[in-house]
Ligand binder design. Structure first.
Ligand code: ZN
Length: 286
């Protein structure tokens, strides 16, 4: 399988193909530069591993460094496989969206993955890629996320200088638009985009960290928004993100939400069973 193949490739390069006996007069003729390049360039710029920078006296040091880097690379690949495996489990259990949080370290204090990971997940599933940008001025990244494979792109009211323009750009790039409000932002902040947004995301915890408790007042906001949408004859989705478990999901649905984000509640323990539990409650509620 893929995993063994990569491990073998790395071992080959470190142990065999890469002859690190650099001669004084010849920089790197014994190295399989192409192979090294494709594997290690993302982590070590090739110019740093020439004989010039690493005289013969540093040979062992260099070999050690390469091995360390190869192990890091392998671990990164391994994490990617595990992610793919989790996504496959989600698929099989009947989840419909993959919700991906993107944080910039400014709008929220944390930083999380972005486009490369989205692109790699996209290759493993047919599920809807639901990308939640917790990012200041997200309009800057709309095209990039469209290219990386996002199907729904959700931005925060609080993070946009021009919300209407941002939603229009998301549509122009061929995606569905989502608009989110943080716990302290009123539903009225959604007014400018009420009739042009496919999904509204009510944050039921402060965005940025997993594992927080559901803020009970969120239920009132969900109800208020659903009533407002109904009164205008708008059929948009209401997604709720934060602190949702099997124990409180019914209340959230009853308030008027129809898309549920669950992180800890899905990934702690048996993924398949957790998702099935949610899907049963969701379909009973339809
Ligand atoms: Zn989210």
């Amino acid at each position: 399988n893929m995993r063994d193949l990569i491990l073998k490739m790395i071992t080959d390069i470190v142990e065999n193909s890469v002859d690190l006996s650099i001669s004084d007069d010849q920089a790197s003729s014994d190295w399989d530069l192409n192979e090294l390049n494709s594997l290690l360039l993302p982590i070590i710029p090739l110019e740093t591993i020439t004989a010039e920078n690493h005289p013969v006296t540093k040979k062992n040091e260099l070999k050690h460094m390469l091995k360390e880097e190869a192990i890091k690379l392998y671990e990164a690949k391994e994490a990617e496989f595990q992610e793919a495996e989790q996504i496959r489990e989600l698929d099989e259990a009947g989840a419909q969206y993959v919700h991906i949080d993107v944080m910039d370290g400014m709008f929220v204090p944390s930083i999380s993955f972005g486009m490369p990971v989205l692109a790699s997940i996209k290759g493993h599933t047919q599920q809807v890629m639901d990308v939640h940008l917790m990012v200041t001025e997200p309009i800057r990244y709309v095209e990039d996320f469209a290219k990386a494979g996002a199907d729904i792109l959700t931005v925060h009211v609080e993070a946009c200088e021009n919300l209407v323009e941002t939603v229009d750009k998301i549509h122009a790039c061929g995606m569905k638009a989502g608009v989110s409000i943080k716990p302290n932002t009123p539903v009225s902040a959604l007014e400018p985009v009420l009739d042009k947004t496919e999904m509204f995301l009510i944050m039921s915890v402060e965005p940025g960290f997993g594992g927080q408790a559901f803020i009970p007042e969120s239920l009132d906001k969900i109800k208020e928004l659903r009533n407002l949408l109904n009164a205008r004859g708008i059929q948009a989705d209401i997604e709720v993100d934060g602190g949702i478990y099997h124990s409180n999901v019914k209340e959230v649905l009853n308030a008027g939400a129809n898309v549920i984000v669950a992180g800890s509640a899905v990934f702690k323990g048996n993924v398949a069973e957790n998702v099935k539990g949610f899907m049963e409650i969701l379909s009973a509620n339809e």
